[in-house]
Ligand binder design. Structure first.
Ligand code: RET
Length: 306
C-alpha cells in the first residue's frame, strides 16, 4: 500500500521546481526605437461654447420677432429692408439652434506630417469640430446683407450680381478650406476666398459709392457709415477663421465666442441701425423693389373713371 504522506512528499519534490521563478525580467536597452502609436487629437466644443451658442440663438430669435413686428408696422412699399433684415436673423436663429443642440457640425480630419533628423517621420491625426451650419447660414444671409447695402446705395444689376456671386464663392471656399486635409489645400482655398472677398470690397467701395452719390446726402452718409461698419466687421471674419480653423491656435470654444460677437454685430445690430436710420430716410429705395410692376401702394387717380 502506498502511504498518502509518501505521495504528498513525492509530489512536493516534483513540483518544487515549478515554484521557483523560471525567468527574471530585467529591462535592458534595445537597439530598436520604441513605436508609440499616435493617439488622435480631438478639438471639440465645451460647456462655454454650447452656452454661447444658446445665448446667441435667443438674441437672434428676439431680434427676428422685433424685425417682423417693425415690418408689419410700415406700408408695404417701405418694407423691403425690414423683410430682408428679418430673413437674415431668421436664418441665423435656425443655424444657432442647430449648433446649440449639437447639430450642423462634423469633424475635419487634419493630417500633420513631421520630418525628424534621427528618427522616422511622424504623422499626427487631428480631428477638429467644424460647424458647417455656420457656412450654410452665411451662404444665405451674407447675400441678403449685401442686398441691404446694394439697395441702399441704388447699385445696378450687373454690380449686384458680381457682388452676390463673389460672396457665394467666398463662403463656399471657406467651407472647403475648413475641411481641407492638408495645409496646401486649406490655405489654397482660403487665398481664393480672400480674393473673392476683395471683389466684394471693391464693389461696395467703388460702384457702391458712385451709385449712392446720386442719392440724397443723408442716404450717402448712411451708406458710408453702415458700409464702413460692415467692411471692418467682415474683415474680422477671415482673421478669426485664420486663428481658429486655420492655424488652430484657438480652441473651438474661443472660436465660437469670437464668431458670436461678430454675428450679433453683423446681424441684429446692423439690422436695427439700418431700419431706424431708414425710417428717418424714407426715400432710400424706390422703383420695382418698392412698388412692384403694378406700382403697388400708389394712389392711382382716375382709375375708376374709365
Ligand atoms: C471666410 C474664410 C475664407 C476667407 C474669407 C472668409 C470670410 C467670411 C466673411 C463672413 C461674413 C459673415 C457674416 C455673417 C453674419 O452673421 C469664409 C471666413 C474672406 C466675410 C457677415
Amino acid at each position: 500500500m502506498i502511504d498518502p504522506t509518501q505521495v504528498i512528499e513525492a509530489f512536493g519534490k516534483k513540483t518544487s521546481s515549478l515554484l521557483v521563478p523560471t525567468h527574471t525580467h530585467s529591462p535592458s536597452p534595445t537597439a530598436l526605437p520604441t513605436v508609440i502609436p499616435n493617439v488622435p487629437i480631438y478639438e471639440k466644443v465645451g460647456e462655454t461654447g454650447t452656452k454661447t451658442l444658446w445665448v446667441v440663438f435667443v438674441l437672434m430669435f428676439i431680434s427676428t420677432l422685433a424685425f417682423y413686428y417693425l415690418a408689419f408696422r410700415v406700408p408695404v412699399q417701405k418694407r423691403l429692408f425690414h423683410v430682408i433684415t428679418a430673413l437674415i436673423t431668421t436664418f441665423a436663429s435656425i443655424s444657432y439652434f442647430a449648433m446649440a443642440t449639437g447639430d450642423g457640425n462634423s469633424f475635419a480630419h487634419i493630417v500633420v506630417k513631421e520630418a525628424h533628423k534621427h528618427t522616422p517621420d511622424t504623422v499626427e491625426h487631428i480631428f477638429r469640430q467644424v460647424f458647417w451650419a455656420r457656412y450654410v447660414d452665411w451662404a444665405l444671409t451674407t447675400p441678403l446683407l449685401l442686398l441691404d447695402l446694394a439697395f441702399l446705395a441704388g447699385m445696378n444689376g450687373a454690380n449686384i450680381t458680381v457682388t452676390i456671386v463673389a460672396d457665394l464663392i467666398m463662403v463656399l471656399l471657406g467651407l472647403f478650406a475648413a475641411f481641407g486635409r492638408t495645409d496646401g489645400q486649406k490655405w489654397g482655398y482660403y487665398t481664393i476666398a480672400c480674393i473673392a472677398y476683395l471683389v466684394i470690397v471693391y464693389q461696395l467701395v467703388v460702384p457702391g459709392r458712385r451709385a449712392v452719390a446720386a442719392k440724397s446726402n443723408s442716404t450717402a452718409k448712411l451708406f458710408a457709415s453702415i458700409g464702413g461698419f460692415t467692411l471692418i466687421l467682415w474683415t474680422l471674419y477671415p482673421v478669426v477663421w485664420g486663428i481658429g480653423d486655420g492655424a488652430r491656435k484657438w480652441s473651438v470654444d474661443a472660436e465660437i465666442i469670437a464668431y458670436a460677437v461678430l454675428d450679433v454685430l453683423a446681424k441684429p445690430v446692423f439690422g436695427f441701425w439700418l431700419l431706424f436710420a431708414h425710417a428717418k430716410n424714407a426715400s432710400a429705395i424706390d422703383g420695382f423693389w418698392a412698388h412692384g410692376l403694378n406700382n403697388e401702394g400708389s394712389l392711382r387717380v382716375g382709375d375708376d373713371d374709365e
